[in-house]
Design a protein around this ligand. Structure first.
Ligand SMILES: NC(=O)c1ccc[n+]([C@@H]2O[C@H](COP(=O)([O-])OP(=O)(O)OC[C@H]3O[C@@H](n4cnc5c(N)ncnc54)[C@H](OP(=O)(O)O)[C@@H]3O)[C@@H](O)[C@H]2O)c1
Length: 312
């Protein structure tokens, strides 16, 4: 059984509401190897396929060009990401050399069976949609793409049509659209109401919670998976709160650091399927992947998390 089919069978084990903390702890240190059957996964509503709730973004962090040392650092990040149970890697033609660097990393790894590839079409020109899809396949060095999204809703009508054609051919498995701007939420809502998409991607974190009003309930209603981008508001959440103490009750939700606090707040929202933090540092990757394990906050604990941050 490969890791993808293994994950698909995890539904019952990873039933929402949080899994019991294992003994010894699975989170926090690089040296403790996780038990992959105890990580948190969520189902993609349109298929039921389970994916890990923590993914990996690549904006800026993987745009390292041809520098071998920096490329190898990205490959090390990917290796640790998969070892700690990661699945989704998100990229875009907008992110410079990131897609090529992902391909370099995948080539260097012995195995990346749990990869859930997510990239984007980012162009106004309809005719460039298929060109960018083919480029992504080449750059990532893969034969199928799990999720193809229309970046920032740019020319989404034509690009969604192209993505559907590739889906019919079996080259793309899921479709999606993305934004990171609140001002585009109205348009995103209309797409969610009127189009058939498997995923949306938007900004959601402990400070940016606009999506809670309409988009997240709508995603639940319409059976659309939700990816949370900018989970750390780029680095701002660490600058703003990183020097403050964590509340003493975080041990109740198996949080050891601010990164896990921010990420568990996001992925414990029932409408969110996964979050995609980006990092260029192995130490940060391990902190972030800790959020894949241990107890998750319930509704009351999520409320306390938000109130605590507001009080700082
Ligand atoms: N419209 C769109 O489609 C769209 C828009 C925005 C983002 N995205 C996607 O979402 C991903 C995530 O968003 P983002 O990259 O803008 O921002 P982000 O993930 O919120 O923040 C990334 C920053 O956080 C820092 N960081 C990561 N882990 C940390 C830790 N444990 N402790 C301290 N600092 C940490 C990283 O610095 P270090 O390198 O030092 O760790 C990096 O500077 C993107 O990479 C991209 O894939 C998509």
């Amino acid at each position: 059984m490969n890791r993808r089919s293994f994950l698909s069978t995890l539904g019952g084990l990873a039933a929402w509401g949080g899994l019991a903390v294992s003994d010894p702890p699975l989170f926090g240190t690089a040296t403790v190897r996780p038990r992959l059957d105890e990580m948190h996964t969520k189902a993609i509503p349109s298929s039921g396929e389970e994916i890990p709730v923590i993914g990996l973004g690549t904006y800026i962090t993987f745009n390292v060009g041809t520098n071998t040392r920096l490329r190898n650092n990205c490959a090390d990040i990917m290796e640790a990401f998969f070892e700690r149970g990661g699945g989704m890697i998100d990229s875009s033609p907008m992110y410079g050399s990131s897609e090529e660097v992902i391909g370099y990393g995948l080539d260097r790894l012995d195995s990346a069976e749990s990869l859930f590839s997510a990239t984007k079409i980012w162009t106004r020109r309809s005719s460039q949609g298929p060109v960018q899809i083919d480029d992504s396949l080449d750059l990532w060095r893969i034969r199928e793409i799990d999720l193809m999204q229309v970046h920032n809703l740019l020319n989404w009508q034509d690009h969604l049509e192209t993505i559907r054609e590739y889906k019919d051919e079996g080259i793309i498995r899921y479709s999606g659209v993305t934004t990171s701007h609140g001002r585009r939420h109205r348009e995103l809502e209309q797409i969610m109401q009127n189009e058939s998409v498997d995923f949306i991607q938007l900004t959601y974190n402990v400070l940016d919670r606009q999506a809670e009003n309409r988009l997240l309930p709508l995603a639940k209603d319409r059976g659309i998976a939700v990816i949370a981008n900018r989970p750390f508001r780029r680095k701002q959440l660490f600058h703003q709160f990183g020097n403050d103490p964590l509340p003493d009750w975080v041990s109740e939700i198996d949080v050891e650091n601010w990164a896990q606090f921010f990420l568990k707040f996001i992925v414990s929202n029932p409408a969110i399927t996964c979050a995609i933090p980006a990092t260029s540092q192995l130490e940060h990757l391990h902190e972030n992947m800790g959020a894949l394990y241990g107890k998750m906050p319930d509704e009351e604990q999520r409320r306390r998390m938000a109130e605590y941050v507001e009080s700082l």
